[in-house]
Design a protein around this ligand. Structure first.
Ligand code: ZN
Length: 455
């Protein structure tokens, strides 16, 4: 069977990165993951509130780490992206209360129109809205953390059924999913409950929500709540259990790039996110990045263009530099030094542990002992933190880890260092030198073809 997985990125911004305001970095993204074998379509929404990392990290993994072989998965991993990046529930108020009536002047008016149109797309069969809720929902009051006043570990429906051709028995489907996930959740306290908010019978708050908007448009919709009592990766684990169960019930077939266990989920979130800036001219490994990087060679009078394998990554202007954010997390602060860029150098010849190799700029070079950059007429090599005083060009010099001051490393473990190339006063690009590790990776392979900037 021929398999076509298309990852489509809809860019809603007209301005993209062309303006200096970087506002486009906050547009949400839609991933359409579609298989050649037809089947139903689930729409996943993450990050409707910016302070619920379980939901938006789960949606981000669904967007980037799953392949679909039957049916379709549409994923919006970062609906309220600006609030996610700024770690706020909603910097313009609660986005999940803007779906019934909304002032045209509301700053999120356009965003709401765009997501409403996606929900109403005739291809969508079921909508799942991923939340992190307080405590643990129980039908009867037990204690402060457990009771009807709490939301965690519940599947929310607005009413028992809706009139649609398929999947309209909301309560029955929610209960079916609950039975399936509870069978694999060993911790009894974490098991799921179904909650019917009976929105139509007069719940004024719930009438303003995304799921009730879906219901009013004949789209079966469920709110999935994971408890804020759990750590982020645990929340993601529970969310993925639920979403996968919905996919199974609907007959959507998929594969993922990791094992569905808490430790593997944590590793995926923490250690596999990379970013490159300005077409690979600058490269960072998000795991263990230093809180602040100085003398970062950015391009004179041009916007910063970011590319990452995660949809939760953003760069924001901050005084004289840039904050790099990954969801709710601070990655690093870039203190720039501005240069004109030169694109004449693509590869360099280097000797790693005595072995000659040609390496493309924008790569990581793994080194056990020593490095030597071969003669490169017209260009200058500069290892940030290299300690030989008076030396302006480090071409032709044998370099070992101990020749570089640890405080200049890119990472907190003092293993990764920048080797930068210049022509006259123009910046050509960099290599990341990684001491004492084995496999080599190439930066250009980090992207899944998804770009933050406009194509
Ligand atoms: Zn929420």
């Amino acid at each position: 069977m021929k398999l076509i997985i298309s990852v489509v990125l809809l860019l809603f911004s007209l301005t993209a990165v062309a303006s200096a305001g970087y506002s486009s970095h906050f547009d949400f993204r839609l991933y359409k993951k579609e298989a050649a074998e037809t089947g139903p379509t689930i729409l996943i929404i993450g990050g409707i509130q910016g302070d619920e990392p379980g939901g938006f990290n789960a949606a981000a993994l669904l967007a980037t780490e799953y392949t679909i072989s039957k049916g379709n998965l549409w994923v919006v991993p970062n609906l309220n992206f600006e609030s996610i990046i700024k770690r706020s529930r909603g910097i313009y108020g609660d986005l999940n209360r803007k779906f019934s009536s909304l002032d045209r002047n509301d700053p999120e008016y356009e965003l709401i129109q765009k997501i409403k149109a996606i929900i109403q797309d005739k291809q969508i069969d079921v909508v799942l809205n991923l939340h992190d809720g307080s405590g643990f929902y129980r039908k009867k009051y037990i204690d402060r953390l457990h009771g009807p006043q709490r939301w965690g570990q519940s599947i929310i429906i607005d009413q028992e059924t809706i009139k649609t051709q398929r999947y309209g028995k909301l309560m029955a489907l929610a209960k079916d999913v609950r039975e399936t996930v509870n069978a694999v959740i060993k911790d009894k306290g974490a098991r799921y409950h179904v909650r019917n908010t009976r929105t139509r019978e007069g719940d004024a708050e719930m009438e303003k929500t995304l799921t009730y908007f879906s219901i009013r448009n004949q789209k079966p919709a469920f709110g999935l709540e994971v408890s804020k009592e759990y750590l982020t990766h645990e929340r993601v684990y529970y969310h993925l259990l639920l979403v996968e169960s919905f996919m199974h019930k609907l007959g959507i077939k998929f594969k993922r790039s990791f094992a569905l266990q808490k430790a593997a989920v944590k590793d995926k979130i923490d250690n596999h996110v990379k970013l490159s800036i300005n077409d690979g001219k600058i490269y960072l490994d998000v795991a263990n990045a230093r809180r602040r990087l100085t003398y970062v060679p950015l391009k004179k009078s041009a916007p910063v263009d970011l590319d990452s394998n995660s949809p939760l990554m953003a760069i924001i202007d901050d005084r004289n530099g840039y904050k790099v954010r990954y969801g709710n997390r601070h990655v690093t602060y870039l203190q720039p030094q501005y240069f004109d860029y030169d694109s004449s150098l693509e590869k360099v010849s280097i000797e790693v542990d005595g072995q000659m190799q040609m390496v493309a700029l924008g790569s990581i070079v793994e080194i056990n002992n020593s490095l030597l950059v071969d003669p490169l007429p017209g260009y200058r090599a500069n290892i940030i933190g290299f300690k030989k005083p008076g030396l302006k060009n480090e071409v032709g010099v044998l370099i070992r880890r101990n020749d570089i001051a640890s405080r200049f490393s890119v990472d907190r473990k003092a293993r990764l260092f920048r080797l930068e190339f210049y022509k006259d006063n123009k910046y050509c690009g960099m290599l990341l030198l990684s001491f004492n590790r084995k496999e080599a990776t190439k930066i250009s392979s980090l992207s899944t073809g998804i770009r933050v900037s406009s194509p």
